[in-house]
Design a protein around this ligand. Structure first.
Ligand SMILES: [Fe+2]
Length: 198
C-alpha cells in the first residue's frame, strides 16, 4: 500500500484505501472473532462519519479505525499487546502507511496497558505516538462504540470494560488509569464545530 490519499468526499466508504482496510480487518476478524468484527465495523463506520472534522487526515483515521483491533486475530497474537501486534502486522506484512501503523499501535492510550506488560518502550520506539486530533479521533471512535458495534456513551463504555475484566487485572487497572484521558479525548471531538452525533 502506498501513501494515503485524501478525499474531499464526505462518504469514505468507496475510497480505495478505506475499502482495503475494511477488507483486511474482515479477513482477519470476521470468522474467528465475529464480535470483535462487529465492534470494528462500528468503529470504522464511526470514523467515516466524522470525516468532515478531519480534513485530509480523514482517510488515514478511517483506515486505522477499521484495523485498530486486528491484533486480536489469533494468527497475529505474539507480544501480549494487541495494539503492538496489530501495528507490527500492518508494518511488516501489509506494508501500511506509517501513520496508520502508529495510530493502531497507540489507539485509546494502548501504551499504558503495554507499560504494565513491560512493552511500552518497544511500542514507543517502533511506533512514535501521533498526538492531537488524530489520536483523539481514534479514542472517540473506539470508546463510543460497544463491543457489539453500536453507539455507546463513553462513561458506559468505560464501565463496560471495567466490568468485563477481573478487578486488579492489567486491563482493568489500565482502563481506570486512562479513563479521564479517554473522556477528555471524546469531549475534544464532540465539542468541535461541525460535530454531528450519529
Ligand atoms: Fe476497539
Amino acid at each position: 500500500m502506498g501513501r494515503v490519499v485524501s478525499s474531499k468526499d464526505a462518504s469514505l466508504s468507496s475510497v480505495e484505501h478505506v475499502l482495503w482496510a475494511r477488507d483486511l480487518a474482515k479477513e482477519l476478524l470476521a470468522d474467528v472473532l465475529p464480535r470483535r468484527w462487529a465492534h470494528s465495523q462500528g468503529v470504522g463506520l464511526k470514523a467515516e462519519s466524522i470525516a468532515n472534522l478531519l480534513g485530509e487526515d480523514a482517510v488515514t483515521v478511517a483506515c486505522a479505525a477499521w484495523l485498530h483491533d486486528i491484533g486480536y486475530s489469533p494468527g497475529l497474537v505474539r507480544s501480549g499487546s494487541h495494539a503492538l501486534d496489530g501495528a507490527r502486522y500492518l508494518r511488516d506484512v501489509a506494508h501500511a502507511d506509517d501513520v496508520i501503523c502508529r495510530l493502531v499501535a497507540h489507539h485509546s492510550y494502548a501504551v499504558v496497558e503495554a507499560g504494565r506488560r513491560g512493552l511500552a518502550e518497544e511500542l514507543e520506539n517502533e511506533f512514535p505516538a501521533v498526538d492531537g486530533l488524530l489520536a483523539d479521533a481514534m479514542v472517540f471512535c473506539d470508546m463510543t462504540t460497544s463491543p457489539d458495534g453500536v453507539p455507546m456513551d463513553v462513561e458506559k463504555r468505560l464501565q463496560e470494560i471495567a466490568e468485563r475484566y477481573e478487578p486488579g487485572s492489567i486491563v482493568a487497572d489500565s482502563i481506570a488509569e486512562v479513563g479521564p484521558r479517554i473522556v477528555h479525548s471524546v469531549r475534544v471531538i464532540t465539542g468541535m464545530p461541525g460535530f454531528r452525533a450519529g
